[in-house]
Design a protein around this ligand. Structure first.
Ligand SMILES: [Fe+2]
Length: 104
C-alpha cells in the first residue's frame, strides 16, 4: 500500500485532511475503474462477459458518486462550483464560466 496521496508530511496533517486525501485517492481509483471497464467492453466479443462488465461498471459509477458526494459535503466551494456545471444542458465551458462568476 502506497502513501502517495500525501504531498505534505502525513504527521503534520489533521485526521480530516488525511481522510479527505484518502477519499480523493478513492475517487481517482473509481474513475480509473470506470475507464478500464469502458476499454474492456469496447474490445470484448462475448456478450455475457460484456454484460457482467457493464454491471460491474455501474457499481463503479455508484462508488464514484458516493466518494464525490462525501468530498463535496466537506468542500463547499467545490460543491458551489459544480452546482453550476453538472446536470445542465448547454455548452459546458460556458456553464463553467458562469459558475466561476457565481462562486467568486
Ligand atoms: Fe469501486
Amino acid at each position: 500500500m502506497g502513501f502517495d496521496q500525501y504531498h505534505e508530511p502525513p504527521g503534520e496533517l489533521s485526521q480530516d485532511i488525511r481522510t479527505f486525501a484518502r477519499m480523493i485517492t478513492s475517487l481517482i481509483e473509481e474513475a480509473e475503474a470506470i475507464s478500464w471497464y469502458e476499454q474492456r467492453m469496447s474490445v470484448e466479443k462475448d456478450k455475457a462477459a460484456k454484460a457482467i462488465m457493464a454491471n460491474a461498471q455501474k457499481e463503479e459509477f455508484k462508488h464514484f458518486g458516493m466518494n464525490l458526494e462525501f468530498l463535496l459535503r466537506k468542500k463547499k466551494a467545490w460543491r458551489a462550483e459544480l452546482e453550476g456545471i453538472l446536470f445542465k444542458d448547454g455548452d459546458i465551458v460556458a456553464l463553467a464560466g458562469k459558475a466561476e462568476k457565481k462562486v467568486d
